[in-house]
Design a protein around this ligand. Structure first.
Ligand SMILES: NC(=O)c1ccc[n+]([C@@H]2O[C@H](COP(=O)([O-])OP(=O)(O)OC[C@H]3O[C@@H](n4cnc5c(N)ncnc54)[C@H](O)[C@@H]3O)[C@@H](O)[C@H]2O)c1
Length: 432
């Protein structure tokens, strides 16, 4: 058995995680809880300080958990990349955003790859977890790591393992979401599989890094396309004067061949509106147009404007215009029960309403300040609800009392069917 294999089996391998955000911190905690000594590396000094003080800034990781791991000496954080030379395994969890022109921005991966290459040593395992286009691990990372003469699959190991975390989901965590792994060589896959099976319940090896990269993009493109499909069905139902929510509920009784997706004000988060563009960009370089991805983007990015049009119609029926109307938005995060506003359609809706001269406020139990839009937070009270011309429900957080909202708001546009249980016979509620 190789030395690295032995260290992994005895859980003495020094595990490193680069990028301690929504993905990296839960992963670091999962390995530390499995008993490995874990070192997190992040350029954000504030995050490093908080972790070392046992304070969590990620909703799905408790400070109590961090504190315990700190006391046990299982977890530490640093901004010093020279620690890489002491680490046996390194998982990369840095952002992979889009540029302004919607092309992949892999500059974060590039930056950490050069740091890793600088300190790479024999018997080290490197795993990329950031979502990216098929070929990144093999075509982009591998050449830099082999430049000094170390041989992949023999001296060191390189693999891709997509992160499939679902923030805010209490049932599926880093430990129990099955982990896909694809190495550059079979030995790389086996080494990464050996490591991840120590901390995760199920590991699924695939034949290559490229396959593993594509698995993630299939999953998220599947979601993007189905969200777009159901959004378009919602628009069609509106024209046909049919309740789309009733249609979906009834269709979902089919025990096979149908999986319910729900319409909404658009798409959001760091993944679904971003990842499919990584795939379409790669295909463009191969002279192929990813039509479903482009169409899904067109439909989903149009939804915020659709919501505003719907709102204008509702106000119009009450002899009001958007300009000057008091609009209270309920929920600004991209999905329910999380505090993340990245790419949230709420931001687009607020921007359009602001341009049209609306008087904007918002309530969200998870967010009290919005730097991305000029709306101020208000508490959810009888007065704030009654004082609005229209309340727009954009995120259906479970802790909001929708009965209370329905009782006091004069007019409601519900883009998420959040008022389902409390709206019988209420004329003042409109659905998407
Ligand atoms: N957030 C999710 O739900 C989710 C789910 C699945 C996959 N992903 C993917 O995981 C990756 C990370 O996403 P995230 O949401 O955790 O991002 P994030 O922004 O929450 O965290 C990234 C962290 O990397 C750090 N960082 C940036 N550049 C660095 C560098 N050069 N060296 C060290 N640290 C650096 C940042 O300071 C930040 O703490 C992305 O590719 C994303 O697409 C995210």
């Amino acid at each position: 058995m190789s030395m690295l294999r032995e260290k992994i089996a005895s859980r003495t391998a020094r595990v490193g995680i680069i990028g301690l955000g929504y993905v990296g911190l839960p992963l670091a905690v999962a390995f530390a809880k499995a008993g490995f000594p874990v070192t997190g590396i992040d350029i954000d000094g504030n995050k490093v300080t908080q972790i070392n003080a046992g304070k969590s800034y990620i909703q799905d990781v408790s400070s109590h958990e961090l504190h315990t791991l700190r006391e046990q000496g299982k977890l530490q954080a640093t901004s010093d990349f020279t620690v890489l030379q002491e680490l046996d395994t390194v998982s990369i969890c840095v952002p992979t955003p889009l540029s302004k022109t919607k092309d992949p921005d892999i500059s974060f991966i590039a930056s950490v790859t050069s740091k890793i290459a600088e300190h790479l040593h024999a018997e080290q395992l490197i795993v990329l977890e950031s979502t990216t286009y098929p070929g990144t691990t093999e075509e982009f990372i591998l050449p830099e790591l082999t430049a000094k003469g170390l041989q992949v699959g023999v001296d060191f190991y390189l693999a891709f393992s997509p992160e499939r975390l679902d923030p805010g989901n209490p049932h599926y965590t880093a430990q129990n979401i099955p982990k896909i792994i694809g190495g550059i060589t079979p030995a790389c896959t086996a080494m990464a599989q050996a490591l991840y099976s120590q901390a995760m319940q199920k590991v699924i090896p695939v034949s290559s890094a490229k396959t593993a990269e594509m698995v993630k993009l299939l999953e998220n493109t599947f979601r993007a396309v189905n969200i777009a499909l159901v959004n378009e069905i919602a628009i069609m139902c509106d024209r046909l004067e049919i309740d789309v929510w009733e249609v979906i509920e009834a269709a979902a009784t089919k025990p096979f061949g149908f999986m319910p997706f729900y319409p909404g004000p658009g798409w959001g988060g760091h993944c679904i509106p971003v990842d499919p563009f990584y795939l379409s960009w790669k295909l463009k370089t191969l002279n192929y147009k990813a039509r479903f991805i482009e169409l899904a983007a067109e439909v989903n990015t149009h939804m915020p404007l659709y919501v505003v049009t719907k709102l204008a119609d509702i106000l119009n029926e009450h002899q009001k215009s958007i300009k000057g109307s008091k609009i209270l938005m309920l929920g600004v995060t991209y999905k329910r029960d999380v505090s993340d506003v990245r790419e949230s359609p709420a931001l687009d809706i607020l921007r359009i309403l602001q341009q049209k001269g609306a008087n904007l406020s918002f309530y969200d139990p998870y967010v009290q300040r919005l730097e991305e839009a000029s709306a101020h937070w208000v508490p959810l009270t009888e007065q704030t609800l009654a004082g609005a011309d229209c309340v727009v429900i954009v995120t259906d957080h479970q802790q909001v009392d929708y009965k209370f909202v329905v009782e006091h708001a004069p007019l409601i546009l519900d883009t998420r069917n959040a008022t389902k249980e409390v709206r019988t016979g209420r004329e003042k509620i409109r659905l998407l």
